[in-house]
Write a protein that binds this ligand. Structure first.
Ligand code: BT5
Length: 270
């Protein structure tokens, strides 16, 4: 740890390894490289984090931006090889988003603010329709996964990078890093361990139920932008066994199963 690292005793106790750095280009990029170069030093459930990430990555070459000190960039390494079938990896972003939504809700509740953080498929955590956290899961050559979460904590209204963003501070909650991270890691471990125990079966492990309870996308009319720029319109009907979203075209009755894409919620309810 660096000299100016905040004290994170509860989070340190639950992580296998927790390393705070004073600055990172991208904690995902750094942890992917470190975990591949020296796997013994980075066991399952290692965490690399900072409050100053200067080249944060979003999906599809987009950027994640957060002025120094205004958010946390958290990368969590998991090593599911031999424990989870590859087909179930699609649940991991949703699992992380659900764990973070519940952690955000615990901070909101503690401040007396309505705890209504929701997961937007596949990788956003929203409060009142605004993005407080984005998730980026990246896989290593040995089928380990680095799950990055960017969470806006102390970010002021003036610091919000886009007008679709919000933060714990803007919502009136105490952005206590240790409480937030501990809650996230605890729920993540609970859901992940249950998924492993059920051989990757999200239904049997209860993961599907937890994700669906938090998911803001299901039941809505959506526009899906698929990789490559094509669009689908329809109702987000359900999640399939691998965490992909099934879109029903209500005019033709045809269904599309989508594993990656950007969703726009078209209106509140269909
Ligand atoms: C994401 O991508 O939302 C994934 C973000 C993952 C960031 C974490 S931080 C730790 C780890 N290390 C990394 O380098 N990355 C991960 P995407 O769905 O593509 O959304 C990106 C879009 O979100 C941008 O194009 C902006 O519109 C918006 N955005 C950028 N910064 C934001 C912020 N701080 N809060 C809310 N929205 C933001």
């Amino acid at each position: 740890m660096t000299a100016d690292a905040p004290l994170l005793p509860r989070s340190t106790a639950i992580a296998q390894r927790l390393r705070w750095v004073s600055e990172s280009g991208s904690t995902n990029a750094d942890l992917l490289a470190a975990a591949t170069a020296d796997s013994a030093q980075w066991p399952h459930f290692s965490v690399l984090l900072t409050d100053t990430q200067v080249a944060g990555r979003g999906r599809l070459d987009r950027a994640w931006s957060s002025p120094s000190g205004s958010g946390l960039a958290i990368s969590l390494l998991i090593r599911p090889a031999g424990k989870l079938p590859m087909g179930s990896y699609g649940w991991l972003s949703l699992l992380a988003g659900t764990a973070m939504a519940e952690a955000v809700n615990s901070r909101l509740s503690a401040a007396g603010v309505a705890p209504d953080a929701r997961v937007k498929w596949p990788n956003d955590v929203l409060v009142a329709g605004k993005k407080i956290c984005g998730v980026l899961a990246e896989i290593t050559a040995d089928a380990s996964v680095v799950i990055g979460t960017g969470i806006n904590t102390a970010m002021t209204a003036e610091q919000l990078p886009v007008d679709t963003a919000t933060s714990l501070a803007v919502l009136g909650a105490d952005p206590d890093a240790d409480a937030l991270l501990h809650a996230y890691l605890t729920t993540f471990a609970e859901l992940y361990d249950a998924l492993v125990a059920s051989g990757g079966d999200a239904e049997a492990s209860g993961l599907r139920r937890r994700v669906e309870a938090r998911c803001d996308t299901l039941g809505r009319s959506v526009r899906v932008e698929l990789p490559g720029g094509r669009f689908r319109f329809g109702r987000a009907e359900r999640l399939d066994r691998d965490g992909r979203i099934v879109i029903l075209d209500t005019e033709t009755g045809e269904r599309d199963t989508v594993s990656a894409g950007d969703i726009t919620h078209l209106r509140t309810q269909d």
